[in-house]
Design a binder for this molecule. Sequence first.
Ligand code: ADP
Ligand code: MG
Ligand code: MG
Ligand code: MG
Ligand code: MG
Ligand code: MG
Length: 672
Amino acid sequence: MGLLALGTALEWAEAKKKAAQVREWGIEQLLANWRRAKGKERDALLWGDEVEYLVVAVDSEAKKARLSLAQAEILKSLARDEALWKAGNGGQDHSMEHDGEALPHFHPEFGRFMLEATPGRPWGIDFKDLLKVESNMKWRREIAKAHMAPNEYPITLTTFPRLGTRDDFIVPYYPPSGAALRSQFVPDEIANPHIRFPTLAANIRSRRGRKVEINVPIFKDTNTPVPFKDPTVDYDLHLWPEDDDVRNGAAKADHVYMDAMAFGMGSCCLQITFQAKNMTEGRKLYDQLSPLGPILLALTAATPIYKGFLVDTDVRWNQIGLSVDDRTREELGEAPLENDRWRIPKSRYASNSTYISQDPRLREEYLDPNLVVDEKIKKRLMDEGMDELLATHFAHLFIRDPLVIFSEDLDELDLSKGDHFENLQSTNWQHMRFKPPPPEKDDIGWRVEFRSMEIQMTDFENAAFSIFIVLITRAILSFDLNFYIPIALTTENMETAHARDSLLNRKFYFRKDPFTRTAPKQALRSVNGNGSNFSSTASSAVNTPPPSPPLGPVELEYDLMTIADIVNGSADGSFPGLIPLVESYLNSVKVDVETRCALARYLDLIRKRADGTLWTGAHWIRDFVAKHPAYQHDSVVSSEICYDLVRAVEEITEKEGRGGSFGWELLTGKNL
Ligand code: ADP
Ligand code: MG
Ligand code: MG
Ligand code: MG
Ligand code: MG
Ligand code: MG
C-alpha cells in the first residue's frame, strides 16, 4: 500500500488543516520529478505481478477455518531466512532453492491476516520468463507455507467467507469493537497494527462523518427470508457514536451490511505492473489497458460470499470502493455544498476517469465531461510546462485529501523525495495507475499498473491471467491497437462486471475496430518476426498511418458485446477478439514451438473461460455451496461449509504445487 514512513500520525482534525500543504508539496515534488524523468528513454521492458493471500488456520477437530492474524510473525520469520539466504548460509528450508531465481519478496497488507508476494526480480522481455511465472508463484506459496504454523495455509480466495460473522472467525480471538474501526463486526486487531493502517481507517471514518457503509444485495435462494433483514446487525449498541449508523438506516433491506475498511481492503487481488520504454509509451499503455479493466474483472470473478451469506454479485471491486469511501455528505450530494469544494461522483477507490495519452486517436468525446479537477493545481502544472492531459490527470487525483500525515514530514519540503506526492497517488486506488519513476531510484522508469483482477484460487490461473495481460500489452504496442471508448462506458462496464455470471449473461461496451486510424489491417501482416523476443522496438515495425478518414459519430465506434466476443472474436467478424490478436502477435515474432505450446495452455484457459466452457471461481464457489449437504438454500454459508470450502481450495493448490492436476478439475467445475 505505498510507502510506509514512521512518525506521529495526525488525527483527522489536525490532518485536515495540513491537507492543502501536503497537496502543494506533493505537486512540487511531482514537478521536480517530472522535469527530471520526462525525457527518460530506453528503459527496459520489465513487468511484475503481485499475488495476495489470506492466512487461514484450519482446526480439523472442531472442523473450523479461521483467519489467522499471524502476518507479523510470518513476515519476521521470512526476513530471518532471507538474511541467512543473503549471507550465503542457506535458508532453513529446502524451498529456498529454485531454478536460480531471486528469492521472492513478501509484503504486509492492510489485513493482519494477509500477505503479498512478488517475484524477487521483475520479469524481463524474454518469452522464457513467461514460462517461469507459474512455478515462481507456486514457489512463493511454498515459501509462505513454510513460515506458517502446520495448520495455517496461504489461501488465494479474494475474501474470507465468514469475515465479520458473530462466530469466532479469527485466531487469536478479539471481540469487536475498537476505537479505530468502530465496527460492530470486526475488532481493530484485524488490521495491520502499523500506525499507518488504523490511522487510515480512522481518518476515512472521521472525514466521512460516519462509518463506511457497504451493502451488498443478498442472493435470494428458495429458502431465503423475504424480505431479507441481515440477522447479524445489532441495533442496540451504544458504545460509540457511530453505533447510531444502523439506527439511521445504514443497513438496507435485502442486503448484507458491513461497516469497516477490513471488509474491502481485506480482499486479495492480482495486479500487474509494466515498465514502458519511455513516458509516451507508458501513457499509451495506461489508456489502452483501461477499457480492458472491467473485462478482466468479469473474467476473474471470484467473490460470491460476504459475512457468511451468498450475495448477488460476483466481484470484490465496489465493496472495496465503499470500504474506503471518505466522501462527506456534501461531496456525495446528500447535503448542499457549504464546507466542501465540490461534489465527487466516485470513491477514491474506483475505475479511472482520465485518459492521458497524447494520441491523435484520443477524441475529445472519450473524455469525462464532468471530471472534477483542482483548477489551481492544473494551472500550476501547466505553467511549469506539463501538457494539459497529464496536468488534468494529476489535478484530478489531487482533489482528494491526504489521509495519513506524519507531523515530522511537514518541517521542510524535500524536492528530491516523493513522499507527499505518493501520499495522494497511493491513496487514489483506481483500476489503472500511472507510476512515475521513483525520484530516489534512477534505474526505474515510467510504469503502468493494471489493478482490476481478482486473485484466482490456483497459481495456474493467476499465471494465465498475468501472461495474458503481458501478451496483450505486446500486441497493443506491436500493432498500435486502438481500444478507446468513452471513459464513462468503462465506468458502466465496471458495474456490469459485478452481476452474477456477468460473463455469461451480460454485454459490455467495447470498440469494434481496434485498427481505426492507424495503419490499416495489413499492418498485422507486415509485422514479421524481426526479433527473437518481444522487445518494444517491435512497435517500430508498424507502418506510418495513412491520412485519417473523416471522423464519424463516436457511437458507431463501439458496441455492446459479450465477453466471449471480446475475447475470442465475434461470429460476424466485426471484432477480431483479444486472443486472436495475441495469436497474430505471436505469429509475427519468433517463438519456438515449445514455448508456443506452453503459452497455449494459458491462453486456452482464457479462451474457455470467456466462452463459458470453464467456470469462474465465483461460479465454482456457488456450486460448491449449493451442493453441500449442510446448505439449507437460505443463502447462509455456515461455519461447516466454510471449513469444507477452505479445505477443498487448499487441497487443489497443494495438488497443483506437487505438479499434479493444475487445478483443471476446479476450473471445469467438476466436483472433487
Ligand atoms: P505496489 O504495491 O506499489 O503496486 P510493489 O512494489 O508491491 O508495488 O510491486 C509491483 C510489481 O512491480 C512487482 O511485481 C515488482 O516485481 C514489479 N516491478 C518492480 N520494479 C519494476 C520495474 N522497474 N518495472 C516493472 N515492474 C517492476
Ligand atoms: Mg500494494
Ligand atoms: Mg505497495
Ligand atoms: Mg505491492
Ligand atoms: Mg497489495
Ligand atoms: Mg500494486
